[in-house]
Ligand binder design. Sequence first.
Ligand code: SAM
Length: 276
Amino acid sequence: MSEPLSLATLKYQLEKLQVRPSKKRGQNFIYVQTTIDKIASLAEVNSIDHVLEIGPGLGALSRSLAERARLLTLVEIDSRLAAYLESVFENYQPPVSIINQDFLELKQIPASINKCVSNLPYNLAVPIILTLYERFAQIEESCFLVQREQAERLCAVPNTKLYGIPTLKLQYFASVKIVSQISRNVFYPRPHVDSTLIRVTRNSTSVLKKLPPYDQFAHLVDQSFKHRRKKIVNNLKPYYPEIETFLAEMGLSSDIRAENLTFSQFIELTSLVASI
Ligand code: SAM
């Protein structure tokens, strides 16, 4: 683990572990050391942080994070990679613990974890980010490497094609910023698209306290976007027969579609439907 990673060492380690990178598990490993260090540095990890890394793979980013953090916890679904990480980080300082589990199934994480830094499996990036922020209130700031389109989806503004359920659900908990673009050429196997590093920062408790319950908000958002091209009235009428009155109360036309509503308008609409 002491020598910097290269494509040759990465391929050698994968072969030794008999891991053929799986598309389903989003196994695209970073092998360029300068990129790894850049991510760890942009994530602003420091010696007070207990960092969570989801999908550590062969531990390329983990090593850089461990150099900066107070503690590091890794969650890896692939048991061959988890076993390899156990041997790599045995007796490591600072201590690194490895949880061999599907992150989406995890109901608890150590209470002292305050930050997450991860190169996420691309097909699961959005569910993982949402689960992390919905389930674990202790996570304040995070940095994630995701496919460029997913980053754009999470940062999208109303009236655009990418604006939708993930944008709004994450906004309930946190704000998102694009930090850096990362070329597809630093991964093995090389994906078809470039990646983006995003920073997610949890909203303050005073902001959260003013919001209606998340379950009601999430249900309204899910149903509003059920048929994206339909008017919001038609999507919501089966659940909220008085939807047109609520929209009128908000000064909105009954012709609007879900993608026309801002986050604040979804919040206001949730409060109105919840009041009946
Ligand atoms: N962090 C490594 C790197 O940057 O080279 C690997 C990143 S790779 C994009 C994603 C990793 O997530 C893989 O190691 C994969 O096995 C793991 N993974 C996929 N689904 C997972 C899940 N549901 N929970 C935990 N780990 C998962």
